[in-house]
Design a protein around this ligand. Structure first.
Ligand SMILES: *Cc1c(COP(=O)(O)O)cnc(C)c1O
Length: 216
């Protein structure tokens, strides 16, 4: 059975309230698949590896209205490349990295929109600011030139139960509100409904768009 990306997309869009943004996470998928979504009016795409993203961004250059979001772990030597091709970065996970992005943005005359990745539960697999770290570093982070800080991003450890995810998302929303940040990038294919309920503004959906779904 072939994958019906268009029908996945339409079903998801119908369930996502207006005002909540859908980031189509296209990592692992070709520019041909991405085109199918562009034809349906999707303009925001997320990628997590620079080397994988660059050819696709090139192949889709004819579409001037696309916004590319970087959502993956950022290696220090990739910052310049990321800034040249991406408009939004969701995964700024340390002060050192934020400083580097700021410095190179200044050199490249870029003003990227960024989100700080926060780690609200212990998770050795993931990076991110702990709650107290981001609060302590906040004055410093705010002073970094050329960064447009728009929000926080978080990911739920895979083993959390539904009610624990809800609490995690709620804490992320509260922290963003405390820092006076509008955007919360949270919720993936497994937990986007809970994320909406708790105040997500950007859902990052990959497999629910690009894989066959067994409908409930
Ligand atoms: C892959 C990825 C997603 C999408 O995950 P799905 O479960 O496929 O929806 C979202 N966010 C990040 C950071 C990712 O790496």
């Amino acid at each position: 059975m072939s994958i019906n990306i268009a029908s996945n997309y339409k079903k998801l869009k119908a369930q996502i309230p207006k005002g909540i943004n859908l980031l189509a996470v296209s990592k692992g998928n070709s520019s041909t698949s991405i085109r199918q979504l562009i034809e349906l009016g999707q303009f925001h795409f997320g990628e997590s590896k620079l080397q994988e993203a660059l050819p696709k961004i090139g192949q889709l250059r004819e579409f001037s209205n696309l916004t590319w979001h970087f959502i993956g772990r950022i290696q220090s030597n990739k910052v310049r490349g990321i800034l040249k091709s991406f408009d939004v970065i969701h995964s700024v996970d340390s002060l050192l990295l934020a400083e580097k992005i700021s410095r190179i943005s200044l050199e490249e005359k870029k003003t990227p929109r960024i989100m700080f990745q926060v780690k609200l539960r212990d998770d050795p697999q993931k990076g991110g600011f702990l709650r107290n770290e981001i609060l302590d570093m906040w004055p410093k982070l705010c002073e970094l030139p050329n960064l447009q800080t728009i929000g926080l991003m978080t990911m739920s450890p895979i083993d959390l139960k539904v009610n624990e995810r809800i609490l995690l998302f709620r804490e992320c929303r509260l922290l963003a509100d405390q820092l006076k940040l509008r955007e919360c990038s949270m919720g993936m294919s497994q937990d986007w409904m809970e994320a909406i309920q708790e105040g997500a503004t950007w859902l990052r959906l990959g497999s629910s768009l690009f894989r066959n779904r067994i409908d409930k």
